[in-house]
Design a protein around this ligand. Structure first.
Ligand SMILES: NC(=O)c1ccc[n+]([C@@H]2O[C@H](COP(=O)([O-])OP(=O)(O)OC[C@H]3O[C@@H](n4cnc5c(N)ncnc54)[C@H](OP(=O)(O)O)[C@@H]3O)[C@@H](O)[C@H]2O)c1
Length: 331
């Protein structure tokens, strides 16, 4: 369907959220160079506002209205989902509607760990619906030839997870649990996620001279983004530095292990406690050798996206998180 060798028409679903807002910001910032037109699909009950921009169209309607979806998806080349947890049940039917309308590139609602690490995905229940959706797209590709997905692996969102104290560090209580069997893990700022996706969508569809730097290389595969590959201790030190708080003021527990944490989460799940499933996600992100360190892959993708040498500053991102400013605004 693409008349050029680049995606020129994209639908973004969930453009006002943690992932969607910075992505839209970066897509609009470069749209005059990339010739990308973005259609935002937003819900009638949404309070989101979007800027007036020549490269942007906003369509308001419900996720289960086939006539509305057909109208939005017709003539589009790619659809990116950045959906709230509360809406992920709608993703598959929207993908089907998009495929039926002729869309061939899907950026599904990933933004989590390395979906190609089968052992990790098996162990972490939160990743299962994401794997199901990827398989669904591949199956749908038999009916709609050429349909492909590109997953964006982000690992934990740094500001979002730090504010929710998901790294074992509680900046309000000044307590931390540092696991001796935790390792370095990748984590990404929301700003970097938006920039990465904008750069990804600007890649040529094919590149004979450099096939590695094309969308086709990533078809039915993952792109890995990361702001930092850090240890818990480095995060704790950054937080202490920025709070101006001496290490002696903190209560640090170094007596627990990720292994024990995982066992506890599995036990909680057996007893029907959903917190076990969320705990497993972070235990696998942080546990040494469990899949949370994908730096080698991220380094290669930074090269492809021209992000080498554009490193972020850990203190800057942590400072933003501590101030509560996790959500970059579109305007
Ligand atoms: N790796 C991590 O640390 C991490 C953390 C959080 C999420 N995630 C993943 O990233 C995905 C996107 O998360 P996000 O945090 O960007 O999502 P979000 O900000 O919570 O929501 C994104 C958008 O979804 C739309 N939406 C649809 N139904 C909604 C509902 N019932 N309530 C609220 N919004 C609704 C809204 O767009 P409109 O208002 O424009 O319709 C909203 O702006 C998640 O599904 C999850 O898979 C990963």
């Amino acid at each position: 369907m693409a008349s050029t060798n680049r995606i020129s028409r994209l639908v973004l679903v969930g453009a006002s959220g943690n992932v969607g807002a910075p992505t839209l910001k970066h897509l609009l910032a470069t749209s005059s160079q990339t010739n990308l037109h973005i259609t935002v699909l937003t819900r009638p009950e949404s309070h989101a506002t979007f800027p007036s921009h020549p490269s942007l169209t906003v369509k308001t309607g419900t996720y289960d209205d086939p006539t509305f979806l057909q109208e939005v998806f017709a003539g589009q080349e790619a659809v990116m989902f950045a959906l709230s947890f509360f809406a992920i049940a709608h993703e598959k039917s929207m993908i089907e509607a998009a495929a039926r309308a002729g869309v061939r590139w899907i950026i599904p609602n990933e933004y989590a760990g390395d979906g190609l690490n089968a052992e990790m995905v098996d162990a972490v229940p939160v990743f299962h619906p994401k794997r199901d959706t990827r398989k669904y797209i591949e199956d749908l590709g038999r009916t709609y030839p050429g349909l492909r997905w590109i997953g964006v692996a982000t690992n934990p969102f740094l500001e979002f997870c730090l504010q929710r104290k998901l790294f074992g560090i509680d900046q309000d209580a000044k307590t931390a649990t540092l696991y001796p069997d935790a390792g370095r893990f990748n984590t990404t700022s929301l700003e970097r996620i938006g920039l990465t996706i904008a750069r990804l969508l600007a890649l040529p569809i094919t590149d004979e001279a450099d096939p590695r730097s094309s969308l086709t290389h990533y078809a039915n595969g993952f792109l890995y983004t990361s702001s930092f590959c850090v240890s818990q201790t480095e995060l704790l030190r950054a937080i202490q530095r920025l709070m101006g708080s001496a290490p002696e003021e903190w209560e640090v527990d170094e007596g627990k292990t990720v292994k024990g944490w995982i066992e506890g989460c599995r036990e909680a799940m057996k007893n029907g406690d959903a917190k076990g499933a969320w705990g497993l996600t972070f235990a696998y992100y942080m546990g040494e050798g469990l899949g949370g360190n994908y730096e080698k892959k991220a380094r290669e993708d930074r090269r492809v996206l021209g992000l080498e040498g554009e490193e972020e500053n850990l203190d800057e991102v942590v400072k933003r998180a501590l101030r509560g400013g996790s959500l970059p605004k579109v305007v």
